[in-house]
Structure formats: C-alpha cells, structure tokens
Design a protein around this ligand. Structure first.
Ligand code: UD1
Ligand code: CA
Length: 459
C-alpha cells in the first residue's frame, strides 16, 4: 500500500460447508481454469498485505491446507458458527499485529486486486471503523441488503432470510470484502449476538457501529461481474465464462485470432504470440507458451508446452513438450513429457512421442511410437514403427543418426543405435546396432548385401 507504516492483515473466510455445491470437495477448492477459486483471492490480495493472508478453515481443513501450502497462514474454526465467528477465529493470531484488517469471502474469485486496494484506500481516507463493499443490482442473488436511515447513513445489513418484504426490494446489496479498523473489530466481535438461525453474522457489525455512532463507509463495486459469489455450480460456470472472456479478450487485443472464443480456454500464465490462430476446442494450460503465426486446433490440449513460430497442430494432446518453429503436427497425435520436435518436423496420424528428440526435418507420418529416443535430422519414420523401449522392468534408449530411413512396421528393440544413412526393411525387428549406410531386413534383422537396394517407402 501507499503508506508503508499502515500494517494490513487479510483474513479469508473459507470454513463454510458450501452445501449448495453438492460436492465432496470443499467449495474453495473447486477450480476455475485450472486453479482453485481461493487462489484467485490470494493472488488479488498479494500486494496488499505484508504477511501471508490468514485463511479460516473448517470444512475439510486438512485438504485446504495441503492444497495451498505456504501460500497462506491458517486458523481453524470448529464448529462453524457464522461469519463473525469465523473472523473471531483469527483474533488470537492477529490481535495487536495490524492497523487494518481486510476480510474477504473465499467464494468471490473474480474480485480484482484494484477493488481490494481501493477499498483499503477509501477506508483509510474516511477514518471509518468499517468499510463495506456494495453492489447495486436488480437480481439480489441471496445477498444481504443495505439498510439506510432517514439521513442516508448505513444503519444495518439485513440478511435475505431475515428481511421484511420491503427490505427484500432494496437493490443496494452487501458484497465483500470488508475493511476494519483492527482494534475496533477485535472488540466489536464480542458484541455480535446469535441470529435466529444460530449463526453469528459479521454483517451485524454494521448495526453495532451505528449504535456507537461510529462511521461505516461503503464502496460500490461498479463492475458487477466482479461481485459474482459462487454458491452453486451454475455460479461456477458463470464465473468461468467471465474469466474466460477476460483472458480471451486480452489475447485478441494482443493480436491472437479466435475462431470461436467461447470454445477456447486459456489459463492465466499462458503466453501467445501475435497472428496465431486458435480454432475451437483449444485448451491452453499451465506454463504453455506459443509463438507467432501458429495455427492451433481444432481440438488441441496443450499442458506446460513450449511452441515456436509457424507451428500447426490439429487434434492433439501435448504434455510438457517442446516444438520448434514450423513443426506440423496432426491430425491426431500425443506428445508426452520430454517430447522435443525440432524445426520442420512433421508428425501426424496417430503418433505418440515420449521423452524423445526428433531432429530437424524428420518425418513421422503414421501410427508410430517413439519413446526414450534420440533421432537425428531428416529421418523418415515409416508407418507403424515402434521403439520397444521397455522390457517389462527397465527402459532403454534408441539412437537414430541423420538421414536414416526406417521402413514401415519396424520394431526397434532398445538399447539400439542406427548409423547415419542406414535403412531398415518393412517389418524388420531390429535387435542389434546398425552400421551407417547399411540396410537391415527380416526378423531378427540382418544386413543385406551392399548392392541390394531396400524398397523405397511409399508415403
Ligand atoms: C454472506 C453475507 C451476506 C453477503 C454474502 C455475499 C453474512 C452473515 N452474510 O452471506 O450479507 O451478501 O456473504 O457477500 O456474512 N464461512 C466461514 N465460517 C462460517 C460461515 C461461513 O468461514 O461459519 C465462510 C464461507 O466459507 C464463505 C464466507 O464465509 O466463504 C461467507 O459465508 P456464506 O455462508 O457463503 O455467506 P452468505 O450466506 O453468502
Ligand atoms: Ca456465499
């Protein structure tokens, strides 16, 4: 924050059951574009607090802690007696440690970091004991209603369950986060009384402040999309769509074409070069990076994959792979961890590559598997070629030098080295190293006499 002398602690309420998700997983761990929703909040408040945020956990506390690790501090709320009780669970850890306490619900993943920041700024400027975040909406989504007195001062928040018919018509709604003067908060929490449903409501602090004639301020969240709280899977899908739109619009403005943006899913840390075209049903995940002028899709999943410029990929799944410039892949292929295709490699039609390097210009057109292989430049991998890299216990390496021609349906029984310019005949089962420029055929494969030419592969 602007004033380094002001110490701010953040408390994230995440102990609730999330009953309406109808899930065996805690609500805060439900994911949006590959990340649990609570992590969006952690990211958004990152620069506001000096110490890690405190997450109030209860429902499946261990799983939440395990998932988030050292990204946060944790306090346990057991049993869960409402939002005021939840904040109280953090009192012992935080009392006397900070000037301002920012409280956020864990089910609002779309609130932007500026919204948190501006709330704190408004709070500090106004000298209020409590600054709340409101949203004005016709659709109340079950939110608490802001009740104002004749002078327009906020006097209380009424929860939907307890609201009168007139109060239900109020369109000024209680969203979150909340900002508190820390000393005031820790004292006032003891004054909250049990509600009719047996819970202690954080929102009752508004009325407590009003009765003390202490100032309560409000900051309106004008971007209504931010104020979407997630209680059901319908809300989760709405949030996903909003997030997806934000990310896709960003990349379109950066020069990426999307044929149908609603069918492209890009995680937050992905990077894409300009003039790249994304076709429908593309998922770009994790640390994936794509260069310029590529054509990706339809139907491509890229996990933590690095792609150069002018690359084309259709109907494929790539995991932790590297593709250099001008690689052409698909239709249909699977690259697994450690697959590295150098410039101008072509791979398609039901191929799989794992932990292997394919040198510049190498072609692997049809129904092949390469695992634990080092392949040189301009190699032709005939249809149906398999590296038999696993003997049931250990994995072995296959090395193929430049300009080798592997005939259709060759079995390369590793460990194996094939010399530069060598050829294997169709259906060969190669069990021993092959000399450069030689030709091997048969089962098991044996060298052919020098003047006997191997049949040229027909593609
Ligand atoms: C709360 C507000 C409501 C507001 C709405 C959306 C209260 C009493 N009401 O209602 O005015 O419009 O959020 O901002 O606060 N939690 C705990 N421990 C508990 C209960 C809840 O940690 O004992 C956590 C939940 O995990 C959740 C957050 O607190 O992240 C809010 O609780 P929830 O039950 O979702 O409150 P709402 O009914 O949505
Ligand atoms: Ca809620």
């Amino acid at each position: 924050m602007n004033n380094p002398k002001i110490k701010i602690d953040v408390v994230i309420l995440a102990a609730g059951l999330g009953t309406r998700m109808k899930s065996s997983k805690p609500k805060v761990l439900h994911e949006l574009l590959g990340k649990p929703m609570v992590e969006y909040i952690l990211d958004a408040v990152k620069d506001i607090c000096t110490d890690p945020p405190v997450i109030v956990v209860g429902n499946q506390a261990d799983l939440v802690k395990q998932t988030l690790g050292d990204k946060a501090r944790f306090v346990l709320q057991e049993p869960q007696l409402g939002t005021a009780d939840a904040v109280k669970s953090a009192r012992e850890m935080l009392k006397g440690k900070s000037d301002v306490v920012l409280v956020a619900n864990s089910d609002f993943p779309l609130i932007a970091s500026n919204t948190y920041r501006e709330l704190v700024e408004k709070h500090l400027a106004s000298k209020s004991v409590m600054t709340i975040s409101t949203v004005v909406e016709e659709n109340p989504r079950g939110f608490g209603r802001i009740v104002r007195d004749a002078k327009g001062r906020i006097c209380r928040i009424v929860e939907e369950k307890a609201a009168s018919l007139d109060e239900l018509k109020i369109t000024e709604l209680n969203s979150n986060p909340y900002c508190f003067q820390a000393d005031w908060l820790w004292d006032a929490l003891d004054k909250v009384e049990k509600s009719a449903v047996g819970e202690y409501y954080l929102t009752d602090l508004v009325e407590i402040a009003y009765q003390q004639d202490a100032l309560v301020e409000a900051r309106e969240i004008t971007d209504k999309e931010e104020a979407i709280g997630i209680n059901t899977r319908i809300h989760l899908a709405e949030a996903l769509r909003i997030l997806q739109n934000r990310i896709n619009q960003f990349w379109m403005l950066e020069g990426v074409t999307m044929i149908d943006p609603q069918r492209v899913y890009i995680e937050k840390d992905v990077i894409i070069g300009r003039d790249t075209v994304l076709y429908p049903d593309v998922y770009l995940n994790g640390s994936t990076r794509i260069g310029e002028a590529c054509e990706i899709g339809p139907s491509v999943i890229l996990d933590d994959t690095e792609i150069g410029d002018f690359v084309k990929i259709k109907f494929a799944v790539l995991e932790k792979a590297i593709l250099e410039n001008h690689v052409d892949m698909g239709p249909f292929g699977h690259l697994r961890k450690g697959a590295h295709l150098a410039e101008h490699v072509h791979m398609g039609n039901f191929g799989e590559v794992k932990n292997s390097y394919l040198g510049k210009g190498t072609k692997m057109g049809h129904f092949s598997y390469l695992g634990d292989a080092q392949i040189g430049e301009n190699v032709n991998i005939g249809a149906g070629t398999i590296t038999c890299n696993f003997d049931g216990e250990n994995k072995f390496k296959t090395e193929i030098a430049d300009d080798v021609f592997i005939g259709s349906d060759t079995m390369l029984v590793a460990p194996l080295k094939i010399g530069k310019g060598a050829k294997t005949g169709a259906g060969a089962v190669v069990t021993h190293d092959v000399e450069p420029d030689s030709v091997v055929v048969g089962v098991p494969a044996k060298p052919m006499k020098k003047n006997n030419k191997a049949r040229k592969e027909v593609e």
